[in-house]
Design a protein around this ligand. Structure first.
Ligand code: THU
Length: 135
C-alpha cells in the first residue's frame, strides 16, 4: 500500500472520533513524520465555538508535544456527518500557518475523498508567499 493510501485511510478513520456537535462537520487527519510514524487527529469543537480545534492542528500538536518537529505529509478527510460521499476538504488558513511553522514548501498535503480518490498538493502551493519569522 502506498504511503498516500495509508495516510488517506487513517484520515478517513479518524473522522469517527470527530467531536463536532455544533457544525456536524467531521474531519480526520493523519500526519506522517520523517521517521515514518503517523500522528492522527480529529476536530474538537466547543460550546463557546472559538476554542474549537481543527483535525490538522490536533495532529500537529500531538506530534510536536512529543518532541517531533520534522514532517513529510498530512492527509485530511472532512465532510458533513452522514455524507455518503466526501468532497475535498482543504485546510483552513490557520492550519496552513501552523504547518508553515514546522514544514518546508515540499511538505505534502493530501486531500482525501476516499482511499482511491485523493489529490496531493504541497504547502508551497497552498500557502505561497507566507510569513515565516526569521528572528
Ligand atoms: N475543520 C477542520 O478540522 N479542518 C479543516 O481543514 C477545516 C475545518 C473543522 C473545524 C470545525 O470543527 C468544522 O470543521 C467546521 O468548520
Amino acid at each position: 500500500m502506498t504511503e498516500e493510501k495509508t495516510l488517506s485511510r487513517e484520515a478517513l478513520k479518524m473522522r469517527e472520533f470527530s467531536y463536532s456537535p455544533y457544525s456536524h462537520f467531521r474531519v480526520g487527519a493523519a500526519l506522517l513524520d520523517k521517521q515514518g510514524n503517523i500522528y492522527t487527529g480529529c476536530n474538537i469543537e466547543n460550546s463557546s465555538y472559538s476554542p474549537s480545534n481543527c483535525a490538522e492542528r490536533t495532529a500537529f500538536f500531538k506530534a510536536v508535544s512529543e518532541g517531533i518537529r520534522e514532517f513529510e505529509a498530512i492527509a485530511i478527510a472532512g465532510g458533513p456527518e452522514g455524507a455518503q460521499e466526501l468532497n475535498y476538504c482543504p485546510p483552513c488558513g490557520v492550519c496552513r500557518q501552523v504547518m508553515r511553522e514546522f514544514c518546508e514548501d515540499d511538505f505534502k498535503i493530501i486531500l482525501v475523498k476516499s482511499e482511491e480518490e485523493y489529490k496531493v498538493f504541497t504547502l508551497g502551493e497552498l500557502l505561497p508567499q507566507s510569513f515565516w519569522a526569521d528572528f
